[in-house]
Write a protein that binds this ligand. Structure first.
Ligand SMILES: Nc1nc2c([nH]c(=O)n2[C@H]2C[C@H](O)[C@@H](COP(=O)(O)OP(=O)(O)OP(=O)(O)O)O2)c(=O)[nH]1
Length: 143
């Protein structure tokens, strides 16, 4: 039986822009862009993992907003699941503290200007689709 380990990716949205992060390691992934995040630890919810990973990697206080439908295979046994997320009031701005060497806020017009990891492309496409239909993270105002 193969056990799947979930990697949570954060589609961090702010003012209609999506944060992309360029990996600095390992060598086979370095230079390619991804959604920040990481492995969900045993006993941890994906939403809690997202908050923890964004704190470690970017130094921000964030919250998961909504699951992006779908699940994308990574190198076994990992699978990628994505949540939209937003910065909490008063959070510091994201900084590339760990695992990344550059961050970029992308708009609808620049979404495909970075070289996403191939396995992230369908996930990013789904995020874009959700945002287009107004069901992305920015739709959560007032809760
Ligand atoms: N965070 C993240 N990882 C991704 C994405 N796409 C993708 O293939 N991966 C891969 C890269 C890694 O092999 C794995 C996640 O590892 P990671 O290094 O980000 O996670 P982590 O912080 O928990 O890792 P670790 O150092 O504790 O082992 O999933 C993505 O969009 N976001």
């Amino acid at each position: 039986m193969t056990e799947r380990i979930v990697v949570v990716g954060a589609a961090l949205l702010d003012g209609g822009r999506l944060l992309a992060a360029r990996r600095s390691a390992p060598p086979e992934l370095a230079g390619r862009w991804e959604l920040p995040g990481g492995k969900v630890e045993p006993g941890e919810t994906p939403e809690a993992a997202l908050v923890r990973e964004l704190r470690e990697e970017l130094g921000v206080e964030a919250e998961a907003v909504r699951r992006v439908p779908g699940e994308w295979p990574l190198r076994a046994p990992y699978v990628l699941r994505v949540w939209t997320a937003r910065l909490r009031a008063g959070s510091p701005e994201p900084k590339a503290l760990q695992d990344h060497d550059e961050l970029r806020w992308l708009t609808a017009g620049t979404l495909w200007s970075v070289q996403w990891l191939e396995q992230d492309v369908p996930a990013v496409r789904e995020v874009a689709r959700m945002c287009d239909t107004g069901t992305g993270a920015d739709a959560g105002a007032g809760d």
